[in-house]
Structure formats: structure tokens, C-alpha cells
Write a protein that binds this ligand. Sequence first.
Ligand SMILES: [Zn+2]
Length: 336
Amino acid sequence: MLRIFYSPVFKDHRPSVYHPERPERLDTAVDALKARGLWRNVAEPEMASLDDLLEVHSREYVERIQNLSGSFSMIDPDTYVSPGTWEAALKAFGAAREAVFSASGHKGIYLALVRPPGHHAGRNGRAFSAPTLGFCIFNSVAGAAKLAEELEGEAVVIDFDAHHGNGTQEIFWKNPNVIHIDLHERDIYPWSGYEHDAGGRGAEGSKINIPMPHRARDDDYILAWRGIVLPILEELEPEVVVISAGFDGFLGESLTTLQLTERFFSYAGSTLSSYSLAVILEGGYSSGLKKGLPAFIDGYLHGDIQEEPIKPSYEAIRAVETVAEIQSEWWGVRLT
Ligand SMILES: [Zn+2]
């Protein structure tokens, strides 16, 4: 079962000058899905309500965005708002919640193909030590996780965007019911998500950060996926998994040094095929949308896991071992 939540309204959030987070990203994604026969069961999502937003953001932040999005402006050096931003961001948030609602009723993959992205947006805007909002407006994945928690008692979020999902992590830092596993390139924007960051008081072990080395490849990510992500999922056996799906770690994308290909994204999708997924688009600007996104969905739908031998780098083995050692206090993760 594949259903896609999409609206042309997502393209009304637009920059006044060139910016990598631009409306054409969605055309790239739609074309890639069409080419693979994956553009099907497309539904127009509802806009989220103000009350939905206020479950994860402060009223002050929400009102600030609403007031600013009457015209074109930069709210920080990375992030813009425009006429259309308010509706697009509310609809993106609504689409993410609908994906969870559907996933919890009927097993399948539910894709919220949305803009603007959200995982860097914290309760009041910038999260932890981040200097900017990193192209994000409202944290749709946090809204999805909140709904999953309401429906299932617990939410599981996996964020494989190349950057750390600092906003999501900040919002749920002290919430032990939201298990957040985050793979990302270390020591780049937003400069958070280190191994020892495992959750706030009362929520220790609910946040699993896997900072990967620069230039990490498929084998490095598969090692982390096998060693950390899958054992935790097997322990939790969630009905629904929320995916903060960024494809900016794909080879040829220019914002990070990661070198992932279809092999990792297809593998990741296939290993999740026994779960129901709410997949919410984050980053991905070119090759990641063209190749990584369809590979992930195809991997899920086919579900045949290719357990090939891998040759991870020394740095990746060290990184995964460190995470496993820290997280073994709470989880049955395998030391490699
Ligand atoms: Zn990113």
C-alpha cells in the first residue's frame, strides 16, 4: 500500500532570489516517482489547525511566522518566508499528521511529499545551538510524532536526513515516549546530535544519535542501520514508524560530503517493510530526490532485504561502536 499526500500549495512557499530549498524540488520528486510508476493514490491533505501546531510550537513563534509571511523576507541568513508560506507550512503539517493517521489504521507506506521542511524547527524556532532555522518553518515530523504518541502511546522517529534533526530532538528532549533515532553527518550544521546526547532527565535513552563520519558511504550507513537502528526497532515493535526523510546525503548533492546511493536507501526501505511508515520529506535537492526517494519507496514495497557483505570504513566502525556502547545502557544493540 502506497499513498502520497501532496498539494500544489506546497510550491507557494518560494524564495525571492535563488535558494536551494525551492518549489522545483517537488517537481523533481514527482517526476522521479512518475518515472518509476510510484505516483499513485495521490490525496490532497487538509491544513493543520492552530491547536495542532501549538502541541509542538509556542504561540509566540507561530504568530511570528503568520505575521511575517505576508511578504517576502529572510527570517535568518538561511531561511525565508513568502506570501504562501503560512498555507504551505500548515498544509505540510497537516499532511504529516494524515500520514500517521492512515499508517496507524492500515499497514503501508504513506508519503507526505511536502515543503517547507521542518526538522530543524524547535518549540520557539531555532533549536539547541543552531544559528538558524535551516530552511524549516513548522516541524511537521514533530506533529506526526505527537499524533503517533496519542494513538499508540509511544512514537518512533527515524531521521536519516544528512543533518541532525535538532528541532525534533529539542521538542521531545524530556519526553520518554518519543524514541528518536537520528543518523547524520557529524560536525556540520546544526552542530548537535553527538553520541552522548541521549535524552533529558526522565527520558534518558529515548534519543539515539548516530553522528557519521564525513564522506560516509552506503556500507558505513548499512553498518549503523544493522547495528543500531534495526535492533532498537525489533525491541520496540512499533505499529507506526515516522520517518524524517531527507535525501541530501545522496552522492552528488552539494550540501554535505556524504556519498550515499540507491543501495543504502533501497536497503533501508526494505528493512522497514514489516512496519507501517509515515514518511515526511525533509531535505534533498537534486540527485537525492531523483534517485534516493524512489529507491527508498521501491525498497519498502518489494521488501527483499539484500544482506550483502559490507566494508565499512574504520571511522564508521568506531562511530557505531561508540554509539552502541553508550546506548547499550538502555537497548540491546549489537557491538560490531
Ligand atoms: Zn538536511
